[in-house]
Ligand binder design. Structure first.
Ligand code: SF4
Ligand code: SF4
Length: 106
């Protein structure tokens, strides 16, 4: 049986994710607790947006001295839509999802 492809393929996205700033969708904001972060990069791997970025090793506090040679991570809130996947996947619960309204009050 022949497979008939449409004239205009329908890709999931026609532009790179960096073209769409999804930060405006966010209800909850992920906050990294650097005292807990073990720099495993699982949050980077699972984030569906280009929102988890690498930062220099000394840009943030480090949980253990032996981790100090590894890059730290930070969240680019222009692209973070607040889905919470990073917080769910972090093996040491170093990411807390905080209601944006709560942060605005503080
Ligand atoms: S909340 Fe979602 S979009 Fe934001 S950094 Fe975490 S995984 Fe990425
Ligand atoms: S998943 Fe958690 S421990 Fe790993 S780099 Fe991200 S915030 Fe740090």
């Amino acid at each position: 049986m022949a497979i008939i492809l449409p004239d205009e393929p329908t890709p999931i996205a026609k532009v790179p994710s960096t073209e769409n700033k999804t930060g405006g969708w966010r209800t909850f904001r992920p906050i990294i607790n650097y005292e807990k972060c073990i720099r495993c990069y699982i949050c980077w791997k699972f984030c569906p947006e280009p929102a988890i970025e690498f930062d220099s090793p000394d840009a943030h506090p480090v949980a253990k001295p032996q981790l100090a040679k590894f890059d730290s991570v930070k969240i680019n809130y222009d692209y973070c839509k607040g889905c919470g996947i990073c917080a769910n996947e972090c093996p040491v619960n170093a990411i807390e999802m905080i209601l944006e309204e709560k942060l605005e009050e503080d």
